[in-house]
Design a protein around this ligand. Sequence first.
Ligand SMILES: Nc1nc2c(c(=O)[nH]1)N[C@H]1C(S)=C(S)[C@@H](COP(=O)(O)OP(=O)(O)OC[C@H]3O[C@@H](n4cnc5c(N)ncnc54)[C@H](O)[C@@H]3O)O[C@H]1N2
Ligand code: MOO
Length: 405
Amino acid sequence: MSTNRERTDTASPGETVARWADSLSPVEAEEVELSEAVGRVLAVPLVADRDSPPLDVSAMDGYAVRWEDLQNRPAVLPVIGEARIGQPPLELAPHSAIRIVTGAPVPKGADTVLRREWVREHGTHIEVPAELGVSRGQDIRFQGENISAGQTVVPEGTLVTAPILGACAGFGHSRVRVFRRVRVALLVTGNELVAVDDTVQPWQLHDSNSWSLRGLLSMVPFLELRLLQHIPDDLDQMVAALTGALDQVDLVLMTGGVSMGDTDFVRPALEKIGATIVFHKLPIRPGKPLLGAMCHDRPVMGLPGNPVSVLVTACRFAGMVLRRLGGISRWQPRPTLVEVNDPEVSNPTLWLYRPVRLVEQAVAEFLPTRGSGDLVSAARSDGFVEIPPNTVGTGLRHYFPWSLL
Ligand SMILES: Nc1nc2c(c(=O)[nH]1)N[C@H]1C(S)=C(S)[C@@H](COP(=O)(O)OP(=O)(O)OC[C@H]3O[C@@H](n4cnc5c(N)ncnc54)[C@H](O)[C@@H]3O)O[C@H]1N2
Ligand code: MOO
């Protein structure tokens, strides 16, 4: 009997979720102060307000000269002035030099800068040695050589990094249009769960999934965890919690209760409130019962409750949905390749996700693991690799760190 009876196409699990993510729209945009912009996602391109550099400037401390005045060497040129940083350009008369500092505007008429260590300095004049090789334009940063006014520095959909924040300031943008933060609800299901600071009986578990997910979510600067709720395995309570959450957020993440047990109420609860199930059960291990649904126009993801399944499905699949909602244009994963030495023959039908530790650049080793309940092996790992069906032996695999970004 097929264990994947609901799957009708041959798309890989990554493609199935990517298609869904692609069908979603990013959240609305808002304008924020530059001081609030790092880690947010640009909703408009960052455009240069003027040329960069805005005029020709010196790249070195030295002397601004005319290249043609250097043609008979040794050349002796009187120093007729000093070009300072933050002051408008001076004018260079023929057969003379102007002392200049790094970043100062190149005087009108000058086309070359001589570094001071290349010439003999005599206070009122400089001597340019015969043996010096200088090209026209030497050590000048030309107006607009980085970018011209009106051109795009980075497109919309880019996460604002430190250099982008700097570029915003450099181009005079004191306020930035970004996508508003993605609002997320985390609904953790299970009667067996107790809080981390509660007494735990042998048949109970401390809720670790909400903490694993909070760890991942807290590293995403463009989201806001609006709601975190523990729900018992009860259909009515799950319906009520889901309905409440959907009113407040852009994405609902649920853990547990999504498999075949009689008390696995995630799917029945979603169906009861009119959700469309986009997929349920993907050919992956761990995390096979993963569920994606649309409810009240909002995506809901049911992550299988086992602790490693939650982490893997969040990083590999929920991350795509989150990045898409957040407005990131390159929301598809961009995993690096690592070499692994796989002692096993992989599964003929399932995509496997195995915790690994990076041992050197682009090389990873598998950690012993007892499967999807083994949070210890995940805690000792740096991330995981994806092993497609029927992939055997040593080779390059896609590596995903424990991250939603
Ligand atoms: N008959 C079948 N049974 C199961 C199948 C199947 O295909 N047929 N799939 C298995 C797979 S694979 C997974 S994964 C699990 C996922 O099931 P659920 O999403 O319904 O998860 P639960 O049953 O609620 O929990 C599974 C496991 O994880 C522990 N858990 C749950 N939540 C937390 C939490 N917040 N913190 C720590 N630990 C948690 C829970 O106690 C269970 O031990 O289903 C298999 N069964
Ligand atoms: O897919 Mo489950 O996560 O194997 O235990």
